[in-house]
Design a protein around this ligand. Sequence first.
Ligand SMILES: O=C(O)CNC(=O)[C@H](CS)NC(=O)CCC(=O)C(=O)O
Length: 280
Amino acid sequence: MQVSLLQCQSSRDVQANLAFIESQLERLPRVAGEPQLVVLPECCLLFGGHESEQLAWSGEDEPLKQALAALAAHFGVYLVAGTVPARSGDGRVYSRCYVFDDAGTVLGHYEKIHLFDVDVADGTKTYRESDTFCPGDNLVVVDTPFGKLGLAICYDVRFPDMFRALRLAGAEIIALPAAFTRVTGEAHWEILLKARAIESQCFVLGAAQWGAHNTGSRETWGQSMIIDPWGRTVAELAQGTGWVQARLDRDELARVRTAMPVASHDRFKAPELLPAKAGK
Ligand SMILES: O=C(O)CNC(=O)[C@H](CS)NC(=O)CCC(=O)C(=O)O
């Protein structure tokens, strides 16, 4: 089974973003008869639009979702469709990741839980994702032919408890669509992905945005990576747009978990070491 991450340089131009993804899928190197898991980055079809723009694209007919479902079906790939804006019950917008099967049917979706309200010393000064998006509340693990697929988005990677929860919920592979800033990406991206892979003993698929977006108003780090449960980099693309591919070795997952059974050694699952009892 093969996984392919697409590093994108998305903008506010939905049609251009869609055309790029389609043209890349046309030239995706594939092994005949082998199932293919494709992961797109955060904001793959709409990057940097203001709330009104995100709202406009998240209407009831969900055009972005339909376009991505059509791609999955047309190319016959399982698709972790980065993020698209999706309307919440109270008229706000979630940053939502869909998982489609190779017929374009939705297997599940996840809404970004941790929003990036952070000051970054990169000239942009502040990011206030919660001005545009509302946070999700649900942890999601989807059953796929590739294994149990946990979902997390971008800033979520900084919250180890979430990855621990995904592992406890059965995750074997964790897809992480992202759009890390250039500054924080350079400092932390690779280390965070590897730490989460090692701790959770999962494959981690970090599909990234790269480069300058929307005439330079935003810059992202790139370096899409496939990390195995031992923390090794199996494949990566530092810069530019294009595919990062690898074949996942599920035996490796079993080997790592059997040889080092951290999940069953974990004493913090039991109450006796929790903070309320500290200092006794
Ligand atoms: O706002 C948009 O248009 C799209 N969303 C994003 O780019 C999101 C929120 S601003 N980016 C991140 O979460 C970066 C996290 C990050 O860089 C870190 O954790 O260091």
